[in-house]
Design a protein around this ligand. Structure first.
Ligand code: CTP
Ligand code: MG
Length: 227
């Protein structure tokens, strides 16, 4: 049984606005991607790693990650949208992989325990597994600047990564995906094909570094020894 981790890390990071691809932005002295991969490897459940790097950065990324000692590390170039990058990563998987984790480099503080619980749920028979957190804000539906509904947040969750999949259905979902309407997560593609998606508990520290304030939080958690 082989578990592969695909790490989409090829985004530009426009909302962060750091002037370099987000995965390469340093926090507490190391790029987000290094923090993310260290935690994934510490889970002990990952056999093969495919990092999807920004175009032209493959060699640099390989050099950054080699000290982490992944047994099988592959680095490929990404595509225009996240979905394209994940597809590039899937194409680089070796034969014999049965479980695939897809994990955003930008969720750089996700603890090893979340990787373990996602993999355990896939090994337990789930086709697709997502870590989730309850939504803490009140959420409203708005049209043309006016509130048209308040959504019952008891039935809402925020979805994180790593998302875990049985390999063949994930590949099939990516083959069937509509590149004109790219998905923002992988589980959504399997959902669209009628597969059940199981949830496990996410973690507060698995937030996605998206805007500058997220970097401040990541920095504070790391320097305070809380992540
Ligand atoms: N990603 C990717 N390839 C893309 C776009 C995104 O591999 N073409 C990756 C990012 O590197 C990130 C993850 O997907 O690890 C989640 O995407 P997001 O947070 O949106 O990152 P960016 O696209 O880099 O940020 P922005 O949307 O602000 O430009
Ligand atoms: Mg993006």
């Amino acid at each position: 049984m082989t578990c592969a981790l695909v790490v989409p890390a090829a985004g530009r990071g426009e909302r962060l606005g750091a002037g370099v691809p987000k995965a390469l932005v340093p926090v507490a002295g190391e790029p987000l991607l290094v923090h993310a991969l260290r935690r994934a490897l510490a889970s002990g459940v990952v056999d093969v790693v495919v990092v999807v790097a920004p175009a032209g950065e493959q060699q640099h990324v390989r050099t950054l990650l080699s000290p982490l000692g992944a047994a099988d590390l592959r680095v490929v170039a990404g595509g225009a949208e996240r979905q394209d990058s994940v597809r590039c990563g899937l194409a680089a998987l070796p034969e014999g992989v049965d479980v695939v984790l897809v994990h955003d480099a930008a969720r750089c503080l996700t603890p090893p325990s979340v990787f373990r619980s996602v993999v355990a749920a896939v090994r337990g028979g789930a086709v697709a597994v997502v870590p989730v957190l309850p939504v803490s804000d009140t959420v409203k539906r708005v049209r043309a600047g006016r509130v048209v509904a308040t959504v019952d947040r008891r039935e809402l969750v925020a979805v994180q990564t790593p998302q875990g999949f049985s390999c063949a259905p994930l590949r099939a979902a990516h083959r069937a995906a509509d590149s004109a309407a790219p998905a923002t997560d992988d589980a959504g593609m399997l959902e669209a094909l009628g597969h059940e998606v199981l949830t496990v508990a996410g973690d507060d520290t698995a937030f996605k570094v998206t805007r500058p304030v997220d970097l401040v939080l990541a920095e504070a958690l790391l320097s305070g020894g809380r992540a």
